[in-house]
Design a protein. Structure first.
Length: 598
């Protein structure tokens, strides 16, 4: 089958390799694959390149999942140009359509236009450079072009949900389709083919599609699920209903990392409860809360579905964390609307406040109450388990961060370091205060947090003090990433030979009027500097839509001195105001962050 005429592929924002198709002048073949069909076998000859027109493919090697490839991407170009055997197996993860460019067609096109070879070489070089620039492999959320909406349990979809989502999708440039919109009856082979072609044409034309299931029409619903990248399960808030047959079928087609849950509330409650029961019966990649009739909630959900959700990533830095509420409030005042929050150490605490719906001013007030008035991190202890007494901090966190993470209105994560397995973990469920406490357990300064299953967790900054990789794995779209940096190199005028040992230090405790030891950073300061040192050494491999705000604390500010929190809050707001006052292009990450601002 020859390639049908459509809009120029390069003009659709696809890989530059797609330009080869147009230059090949019809020397391509269109292939349709059903979910589970193998496109490429590992070890096979690299005799063709494939271009995904519609659909999604999973890549694995020896049973280990490596990546996903979606609409607009190419498959198999490395083996094609190097002549090496295929290094992985590629399988259709949903019903898909690809264009196949054979070796013969490519050679013919190059003979006709020698510029094709240089175009391809340039594109491959750019892709290799981008890949090599990343310090580590980074998981990405599944590409989403088609989502199927199904009800939770045997009840119908919540009343008014489809019209509200239709309006939100239209505002985002997407489209909602129902059985009534289909051009044919999908119950027979001819009609099914027509409906599949119709959906794939919508996808090829760049539309983000939300297909509404019809539980009474199994043919339409199953067809939509097989065409989908994700399934969205929606139900009324309250007790979680038993899984329906439709949900079971959907979960057989789409794995957990391609499922979302929407819990719709009659109105926004003061406090959400009961989410854990929903998640126990419905394992999903991410869940969302929304209030019926709340336009902002529907728009937020659609931003997740269409890859435009705005995230706030907060780095650790002790008392410097008071800058976060200032940055956040400055951006909110400018019109930015955040959809998901996550951080490390003190950054997790501040993001928890944002996810609780608190303003920057409210968090600033609570910062004073916790750390200045109630001295949550000021009490030394017998240094058996740590330098500081953790009990005051624990009480303050339980008071200011109650409830479960899954009951938050906004998605949230806290990054910690698991010393039981020497891995980084993103905590997304369980008591909120415990997640913050684990993420902020500065080694040596505070005791580790020990979970009921025997895991020992310490400060996330031990492995990643700026967890944008975690945010990238959860969603596509722009992010604001805030970290702390010292300005320039700092010198320490310390005579190392004069640093006293245990005896002189003990004597000074009982007789403080003797010879003073040299002024040098204390243990707390050294630990905090050590946590920030790795961040300074690593070159950030940010995404193109990530706005990295490097906050330089004012002179005189100290890692463990919370008395300057008001000045730091003001510095955060000023930092945002100055950055937004500068001229920046439409391609600047600042433009992506502020695009939804009024």
């Amino acid at each position: 089958m020859q390639t049908p005429k459509s809009a120029p592929l390069a003009a659709q924002g696809l890989s530059p390799l797609f330009d080869v198709i147009g230059l090949a002048q019809g020397g391509t073949e269109q292939l349709s694959l059903r979910r589970g069909d193998v496109l490429i076998e590992q070890g096979s000859e690299g005799d063709a390149i494939y271009f995904v027109e519609a659909g999604r493919f999973s890549v694995d090697r020896g049973g280990t999942a490596l990546a996903e490839i979606g609409t607009g991407e190419s498959i198999g170009e490395i083996a094609f140009f190097t002549g090496m055997p295929r290094t992985a197996r590629v399988v259709a993860a949903r019903d898909s359509v690809v264009l196949k460019l054979s070796r013969t067609a490519y050679d013919t096109a190059c003979a006709r236009d020698p510029g094709i070879a240089s175009l391809v070489a340039r594109d491959l070089a750019n892709r290799l450079a981008t890949t090599s620039a990343r310090a580590r492999a980074e998981p990405r959320p599944p590409q989403t072009r088609v989502v199927t909406l199904i009800p939770a349990g045997d009840e119908p979809l919540p009343h008014g949900l489809v019209p509200a989502l239709t309006e939100a999708m239209e505002r985002a440039g997407g489209r909602v389709v129902t059985r009534a919109d289909a051009p044919a009856d999908p119950s027979d082979g001819t009609g099914r083919g027509a409906v599949v072609g119709w959906l794939q044409d919508l996808e090829r034309n760049g539309a983000q599609i939300l297909a509404v299931a019809d539980p009474a029409n199994r043919d339409w619903t199953d067809l939509a699920l097989r065409q989908s990248d994700q399934v969205l399960v929606a139900g009324h808030a309250g007790p979680a209903p038993a899984l329906s047959e439709l949900e079971r079928r959907a979960f057989e087609v789409l794995p957990q990392d391609h499922r979302r849950l929407l819990i719709l509330h009659h109105e926004r409650p003061r406090r959400v409860t009961g989410t854990a029961a929903w998640l126990e019966t419905r394992p999903v990649f991410m869940h969302h809360h929304a209030a019926a009739g709340a336009t902002e909630d529907m728009d937020r959900l659609v931003r997740f579905l269409t890859g435009r959700a705005l995230g706030y990533v907060a780095g650790g830095g002790g008392a410097f964390g008071a800058i976060h509420p200032g940055v956040y409030q400055g951006l909110r005042d400018a019109g930015a609307t955040f959809d998901i929050f996550g951080g490390t150490s003190v950054g997790s605490a501040m993001c928890a406040g944002f996810a609780l719906g608190l303003s920057g001013e409210e968090i600033e007030t609570r910062t004073h109450e916790m750390f200045v008035k109630n001295k949550a991190l000021n009490r030394l202890t017998v240094p058996r388990y740590s330098i500081l007494d953790h009990t005051v901090l624990d009480r303050e966190l339980q008071r200011h961060a109650p409830g479960l993470i899954e009951d938050l209105w906004y998605p949230f994560f806290a990054v910690a370091t698991d010393l039981s397995s020497n891995t980084q973990v993103a905590i997304r469920r369980g008591p909120l205060w415990q997640a913050i406490r684990a993420s902020a357990a500065i080694p040596g300064v505070l005791p580790p947090f020990y979970t009921e299953d025997g895991t020992m967790l310490v400060d996330g900054g031990s492995m990643d003090n700026m967890p944008y990789h975690t945010m990238h794995a959860l969603k596509a779209g722009p992010n604001v990433i805030v970290s702390f940096e010292r300005e320039g190199r700092q010198s320490f005028d310390v005579d190392y030979k004069r640093l006293p040992g245990r005896g002189p230090l003990l004597r000074r405790l009982v007789w403080p009027f003797g010879k003073r030891p040299p002024r040098a950073p204390g243990a707390l300061s050294v630990v905090m500097r050590s946590l920030l040192a790795r961040q300074a050494a690593d070159r950030p491999d940010l995404g193109p839509l990530d706005w990295h705000i490097r906050a330089v604390p004012p002179k005189g500010a100290n890692f463990m001195d919370w008395t300057n929190h008001a000045d730091l809050y003001a510095a955060g707001k000023a930092l945002v105001a100055d950055a937004l006052a500068e001229d920046y292009s439409p391609d600047d990450p600042r433009a992506a962050v502020m695009r939804g601002a009024g």
